[in-house]
Design a protein around this ligand. Structure first.
Ligand SMILES: [Ca+2]
Length: 263
């Protein structure tokens, strides 16, 4: 019924279009973001006070929203997410020249050869597998940085094997530090249906962190599945579960952190 691709026994959401609802005759589709009255996520259009407060510069948000794109293809969430970050890093500068084109998804995945990226986001996949694990995503990002000569940024990964209080505290610490600086960005490799009410999962998915509001302990996800979603806020505890919950095909997700190394 919904965004799924079955390939060699693998289901990967990344993300196919469909109707997030029940089959005909089975009643109305469920609400998009969770139970009525107690949604899992709140769309940005309904809650934007954080970004309207002068005390919250939200440097990542403004650089990423400038280049917010939806995934080109059903499997291409990684491409859209990485393209957004490449543009946030290299195309939100004051010294841009007229000849500086923005990064485009098709060009990025064509040019970056690491991790068999193009094959992995194409039907049929690489060795029968579509989509990327968190480690493969890092390989693709490192390949992208190298391909485009972005030498002063590096990557690291963080997974959370247990969704416990210590992990929640560490996740909060990482996102707080990330929120304060324009010298780093965070990509989420997460279970999308863990943040929404989409009943057809599990859907492993990749999107950038737009912001983190410490006061409400919510994360703004710039979901690149724009056919069905828009930016939405989710509570940190729910995000942790979506990062922690493994899938048979892709294991456990987590954070991919890009950080500028040069002073
Ligand atoms: Ca940051």
């Amino acid at each position: 019924m919904i965004r799924q691709i079955v390939s060699a026994g693998v289901i990967f959401s990344l993300v196919l279009a469909g109707t997030a609802g029940a089959a005909p005759g089975c009643g109305a589709p469920p609400p998009k973001y969770g139970p009525a009255g107690a949604p899992y996520a709140v769309p940005l259009w309904q809650s934007h006070e954080y970004l309207q407060a002068a005390r919250n510069p939200a440097p990542d948000f403004w650089k990423l929203i400038t280049h917010y794109v939806g995934q080109d293809g059903s499997l291409s969430c990684s491409v859209a997410a990485v393209t957004m970050v490449l543009n946030a890093i290299a195309r939100t500068r004051e010294d841009l020249r007229a000849s500086d084109a923005n990064f485009q998804q098709a060009g990025v995945v064509e040019k970056v050869k690491a991790a068999h990226w193009k094959e992995r986001v194409t039907a049929g996949g690489w060795n029968g597998r579509v989509g990327l694990t968190l480690a493969e995503l890092e390989e693709a990002v490192r390949g992208a940085l190298a391909t485009y000569g972005i030498t002063d940024w590096t990557t690291s990964l963080r997974s959370f094997p247990a969704a416990d209080a210590a992990a929640l505290s560490e996740l909060r610490s990482i996102l707080s530090a990330n929120e304060a600086s324009d010298r780093d960005f965070v990509l989420l490799h997460f279970l999308q249906d863990g943040l929404t009410a989409d009943p057809g999962g599990p859907y492993a998915h990749i999107s950038p962190v737009g912001a983190y509001d410490n006061a409400s302990d919510r994360v703004l996800v710039l979901d690149v599945d724009r056919e069905y979603y828009e930016p939405y806020w989710v509570g940190l505890d729910r995000l942790l579960i979506a990062l922690n919950t493994p899938t048979a095909a892709y294991g456990r997700g987590g954070l991919l952190i890009l950080r500028r190394t040069a002073r």
